[in-house]
Design a protein around this ligand. Structure first.
Ligand code: RFL
Ligand code: PHB
Length: 397
C-alpha cells in the first residue's frame, strides 16, 4: 500500500516525474508517484531521441547513467539537406566541444523505472481519477482511485509532471494562468525499424515535398519522420508508402544508402508550441510537458523537462534542508527564461524546415535561401549549433 503521507506527491511517471522522484530520493526526500497508465504503456510510447548535456548530467546525478554512457551514441554534428544538397553543422567545433547524445526516451525511462523499483520506492500505476486539492494552503492533498478504492495522500508539495493532457495544469485557477499556443497545420509521421541508419548523424531535410528527419536509436535501429497533413490516417500509410515517400525527400546518396524494412512502430504526432505562465500555483508546480510543449524539430522537449526537474529538485532540497523558500519562489521565472528561448528556437527551426500548405513555392525558395545563407556563414552555423546543443544553463540567469 502506498503511504497516506509524503513530502512530495508527483503526478505522472514520464521522464519528468521519474527523474524528479529519483533526485529527491537521493536527497532523502520522500515522494510518491501516481501514474494513470501501466508501466508497459509508458514504455511503449516512442518519443525523444536526443539528449543534451543537461539531461545527461542529471541522469548521472540521479545515479542512473551507466547504461546511457555505454549504449548512447555521442554526436558531434547534424546534417541539413536542402536544395538537394547536404551541409554539416559541426556542433562540437562551433560550441567549444559540446555534443549531444542519441539515447531513446524509452531507454531513459526504463533506466529510471528500474532504479525506482530497485530502491523499493512507491509508484502507483493505473491510478484513476487523480485529483489535486488545497495546493493554495500548506497542506495539499492528492486523491485517486486504485483497485476499486479511493485513496488520499497528504503532502507538502505537489509536482505536476503529468504531461500536456494532465490534471495538474487543468486544476490551476483559470484567473491565475496565461496559456500561449500555436498549433501547426501538419503532423510528423514516425517510423521505427530495425535497419541501420542511413547516416551516422541526424539528417534534417527541407524538400519541396515537405520535411523529413533521419534519426536513429542505435547502429541497428532507425527512426524516421515525414511531415504529413493532419488529416492523414495512420492506417493509410503502409510501410512501403512511407519508404517511397522518404526516398523522394532524400538526396541521391541517401536514396542509395537507405535500408528499408518492416516497421516496429508507426504513429502520427501533431506539432504544437505551448507555454503556461506561471509554473507555480501555491504549493503545486508544473514541470515538463505539463507546462510547455515544443514542436520536436529542435529536439528540445525532453531536455527542457530535465532542466525544470533540475531546478525543481534543487528548490525542494533547499526548502527541506534549510527552510528557505528562495528556490521555490524563483522556480517559475528561472525556468521560463530558458523555456522561451527553446520555444523560440523550436518554432524558428520548424518554420524554416517545413512546407506550409498556405504558402506558395516562393516561401520554399526563401527557406532555401535562408538555409544557404546560414550554412555558409560561421555566425549562422554557430547560432544553429549553440541552440541545438542547448544554451548554457547560466545563459539567462
Ligand atoms: P510525458 O512523457 O507526457 O509524461 C507524463 C505522464 O503523466 C501521465 N499522466 C497522468 N498520470 C496521472 N494522472 C493523470 N491525470 C495523468 N495525466 C497524464 C501520462 O500517462 C504520462 O506517463 O511528459 P514529461 O515526463 O514531461 O516528458 C516530456 C517528454 O515526454 C517530451 O517533452 C518529449 O518526448 C518531446 N520530444 C523530444 N524531446 C527531446 O528533448 N528530444 C527529442 O528528440 C524529442 N523528440 C518528442 C520527440 C516528442 C514527440 N512526440 C510524440 C510528441 C519526438 C516526438 C515524435
Ligand atoms: C528522434 O529521434 O525521435 C528525434 C530526433 C531529433 C528530433 C526529433 C526527434 O529533432
Amino acid at each position: 500500500m502506498p503511504p497516506t503521507k509524503t513530502q512530495v506527491a508527483i503526478v505522472g511517471a514520464g521522464p519528468s516525474g521519474l527523474l524528479l522522484g529519483q533526485l529527491l530520493h537521493k536527497a532523502g526526500i520522500d515522494n510518491v508517484i501516481l501514474e494513470q497508465r501501466s508501466g508497459d504503456y509508458v514504455l511503449s510510447r516512442i518519443r525523444a531521441g536526443v539528449l543534451e548535456q543537461v539531461c545527461i548530467d542529471l541522469m548521472d546525478e540521479a545515479g542512473v547513467g551507466a547504461r546511457m554512457h555505454k549504449e548512447g551514441l555521442v554526436h558531434g554534428g547534424i546534417e541539413l539537406l536542402f536544395g538537394g544538397r547536404r551541409h554539416r553543422v559541426d556542433l562540437n567545433g562551433l560550441t567549444g566541444g559540446k555534443n549531444v547524445m542519441v539515447y531513446g526516451q524509452t531507454e531513459l525511462t526504463r533506466d529510471l523505472m528500474e532504479a525506482r523499483r530497485a530502491a523499493g520506492l512507491p509508484i502507483v500505476y493505473e491510478a484513476q481519477h487523480v485529483s489535486v486539492h488545497d495546493f493554495d494552503t500548506r497542506t495539499p492533498r492528492v486523491r485517486y482511485e486504485h483497485g476499486g478504492a479511493t485513496h488520499e495522500i497528504a503532502c507538502d508539495f505537489i509536482a505536476g509532471c503529468d504531461g500536456f493532457h494532465g490534471v495538474c495544469r487543468a486544476s490551476a485557477p483559470r484567473g491565475a494562468i496565461t496559456e500561449y499556443e500555436k498549433v501547426y497545420p501538419f503532423g510528423w509521421l514516425g517510423l521505427l525499424s530495425d535497419t541501420p541508419p542511413v547516416c551516422d548523424e541526424l539528417v534534417y531535410v527541407n524538400s519541396p515535398r515537405g520535411f523529413a528527419l533521419c534519426s536513429q536509436r542505435s547502429r541497428t535501429r532507425s527512426r524516421y519522420y515525414l511531415q504529413v497533413p493532419l488529416t492523414d490516417k495512420i492506417e493509410a500509410w503502409t510501410d512501403a508508402a512511407f519508404w517511397q515517400e522518404l526516398k523522394l525527400r532524400l538526396d541521391d546518396a541517401g536514396r542509395a544508402k537507405l535500408v528499408t524494412g518492416p516497421s516496429i512502430e508507426k504513429s502520427i504526432a501533431p506539432l504544437r508550441s505551448f507555454v503556461t505562465e506561471p509554473l507555480r500555483f501555491g504549493r503545486m508546480f508544473l514541470a515538463g510537458d505539463a507546462g510547455h510543449i515544443v514542436p520536436p524539430t529542435g529536439a528540445k522537449g525532453l531536455n527542457l523537462a530535465a532542466t525544470d526537474v533540475k531546478y525543481l529538485s534543487g528548490a525542494f532540497v533547499e526548502y527541506f534542508r534549510t527552510g528557505s523558500e528562495n528556490g521555490i519562489d524563483n522556480y517559475s521565472a528561472r525556468c521560463l527564461r530558458r523555456i522561451w528561448k527553446a520555444e523560440r528556437f523550436s518554432w524558428w527551426f520548424t518554420m524554416l524546415m517545413h512546407r506550409f500548405p498556405e504558402d506558395g513555392p516562393i516561401v520554399g525558395r526563401f527557406q532555401e535561401a535562408e538555409l544557404d545563407y546560414l550554412v555558409h556563414s560561421e555566425a549562422g552555423r554557430r547560432t544553429i549549433a549553440e541552440n541545438y546543443v542547448g544554451l548554457p544553463l547560466d545563459f539567462a540567469e
